[in-house]
Ligand binder design. Structure first.
Ligand code: AKG
Ligand code: FE2
Length: 298
């Protein structure tokens, strides 16, 4: 379907919806043309079609006013309404069997895939994001499957995720407050394995001159409880403005500052002991330099 804005919405037989020429909020990007939409759709790694497959653009009053459905429709029930726009928390996104399988694959990877950092270790899959473009590397099937599954929810506006960071945190380990930055489509999706954690959110450092020095404590806003097997999706302000981090603790006491307690099936006052948590951070890097090895494949 083509709206008057030139946004494409393709409904697959499998009920997967793919869009092009939409912005991060899934609103039609003003002025996008049919040619642009076709070219964006062709870049969609899971799709192969040409302009012939597209219907004639809808013009005139009658059909023209209609807006394409938001592709995150089925996710709306999972919005964390107490957080700024937009966080989706999906408990039990994967089964226990899938969790064991994914952990098995993570620990089966060659030792050389791990990079030890202070406070965690990580595996990088898909290539190293770079301002000039990422030298794309084919993802292993066990990650590709989940990239496709999450992308089919519309998390990346019709694009398919092509980059995965695997982080491993032992109890007491964490990650400093940071932004994920501009090399990614502004959506981050995370599957948690093995243990819960609290993801903490912070206001950015004020750049105002003469502002009183801000501490991490004064910039802290709230936390999200992420349970094993859950999926977390962050976009809009949650991605673009706030910083996120994980405090290195061995135990978490849940307070009202954890804004998704009920969705995560927890109560204020509860204590949770951390064990080893492995997270899959799944994102889309728009700028990719295709290598010979990738051409003709995905
Ligand atoms: O482990 C997590 O959930 C967060 C990881 C993260 O923030 C990152 O890799 O950028
Ligand atoms: Fe991050």
């Amino acid at each position: 379907r083509l709206s008057q804005y030139g946004a494409c919405l393709i409904q697959h037989s499998s009920s997967r919806v793919i869009t092009a020429c939409l912005d991060a909020q899934n609103q039609p990007r003003a002025g996008s043309s049919v040619t642009e939409c076709v070219s964006e759709l062709q870049q969609c790694q899971s799709l192969h079609f040409t302009a012939e497959h597209l219907p004639e653009p809808v013009t005139g009053q009658a059909g023209g006013m209609e807006r394409p459905a938001c592709i995150l429709e089925e996710l709306k029930q999972f919005v964390v309404s107490e957080a700024p726009p937009t966080a989706y928390y999906v408990p039990d996104f994967i089964s226990e069997d899938e969790e064991s399988y994914l952990l098995q694959q993570v620990y089966r990877s060659p030792k050389t895939k791990w990079t030890q950092l202070s406070g965690r270790r990580l595996q990088n899959w898909g290539g190293l994001p770079h301002p000039k473009g990422m030298l794309g590397e084919r993802l292993p099937d066990w990650l590709q499957t989940y990239c496709e599954k999450i992308s089919s929810l519309g998390a990346f506006s019709g694009k398919t995720a092509n980059h995965v960071l695997v982080n491993e945190y032992k109890p007491g380990e964490g990650i400093m407050p940071h932004e994920d930055g501009p090399l990614y489509h502004p959506t981050v999706t995370t599957i948690s394995l093995g243990s819960h954690t609290l993801l903490d959110f912070y206001t950015p450092l004020s750049s105002a001159e003469g502002a009183t020095p801000q501490t991490e404590e004064s910039r802290f806003l709230f936390s999200l409880l992420v349970r094993p097997r859950s999926l977390l999706i962050l976009q809009d302000e949650m991605y673009q403005r706030l910083l996120h981090g994980i405090h290195g603790r061995e135990q978490d006491t849940l307070t009202k500052k954890v804004v998704n307690l009920s969705a995560a099936g927890a109560e204020p006052g509860e204590d949770l002991n951390r064990s080893t948590r492995v997270s899959l951070t799944i994102r889309h890097v728009p700028k990719v330099i295709k290598t010979k090895l990738m051409l003709g494949k995905r």
